[in-house]
Unconditional design. Structure first.
Length: 286
């Protein structure tokens, strides 16, 4: 029986505060939203003991990275300022590090000041949905901090990104954008650049699936690690006529395809299922 071709992953690693995290076999990033209005209600938490509990669960299930975010990026969500974001993130970082000192923490922010202060507090990765477009100081700060930087493609801003997004060729335009950002990051001294094509950020249902079908081009052309975040997103539940709560099966299907297309990091709400997907595909690869 012939199996689908699985794109070969380059042997890559990223430097997380002096610890090398290998991406030769894909890894899982577990989402922790320190916010009241995440689009997926199973991941909303503000109390520190809930944050620590979620971190422990993610780590026990095999997450290599914990991605902390305090700003909801769903369309129409209220934007909070850098000070409020820090007020939510810093206690969460301190609590996680106290209980799990070996945890690798990524901070989901577009504010350079938040990135700088949270890295000094113990975070090891910056995850910026705006790739420096919402705060021009972000890329220079990331270069100065010498931490891995995740640059995502987004059309417009979170509040307006889904207002009739249009492309001539979505894959080419996303690639062109990420190529420019890679050059900008290299010039700023960022060594570990991770590309995120930004599923669901300024893209229609059809754009998302067209991009998924050609996702292998991102790693092949950029020659950098690729992060894919499609966990419980509308590209699943709108297609199937369900809801985020019912979107785990669809998430696993798309994570499988993303891995076959060369993804190195899966950003997910459900760590156990993503880790199992990686293990099965790794076995299939031999």
């Amino acid at each position: 029986m012939k199996t689908n071709h699985i794109h070969t992953l380059p042997s890559l690693s990223i430097n997380c505060r002096g610890r090398l995290l290998s991406l030769a076999t894909p890894v899982v990033m577990g989402i922790i939203n320190v916010t009241d209005d995440s689009f997926y209600e199973g991941n909303r938490m503000r109390e520190l003991h809930h944050v620590v509990e979620k971190a422990g669960k993610h780590l026990a299930e095999g997450a290599a990275i914990l991605d902390l975010g305090a700003q909801s990026t769903r369309p129409g969500a209220e934007v909070i300022g850098a000070e409020e974001e820090l007020n939510r993130l810093l206690p969460a970082i301190h609590a996680i590090i106290h209980h799990y000192p070996e945890a690798i923490i990524s901070i989901d922010t577009w504010y350079a000041s938040v990135a700088e202060k949270t890295v000094h507090a113990g975070a090891a990765i910056i995850n910026d949905i705006s790739s420096g477009d919402l705060d021009p100081a972000m890329i220079p700060v990331a270069g100065k901090l010498q931490v891995p930087y995740i640059a995502m493609h987004m059309l417009g801003k979170p509040a307006t990104m889904q207002a009739n997004p249009a492309y001539e060729n979505v894959t080419r335009e996303v690639l062109d954008y990420l190529i420019r950002k890679l050059a900008e990051c290299r010039a700023a001294g960022i060594r570990d650049f991770i590309a995120d094509p930004g599923f669901g950020f300024g893209k229609t249902l059809d754009h998302n699936y067209e991009l998924m079908s050609q996702l292998h081009l991102v790693a092949e052309i950029l020659q950098t690690p690729v992060l894919t975040g499609i966990s419980r997103k509308s590209m699943i539940y709108k297609l199937l006529g369900t809801s985020p709560v019912e979107a785990l099966n669809g998430t696993t299907v798309l994570n499988t395809i993303a891995l076959q297309q060369g993804t190195h990091i899966l950003r997910v709400h459900d760590v156990k299922e993503a880790v199992e997907t990686i293990r099965i595909l790794d076995k299939l690869k031999g």
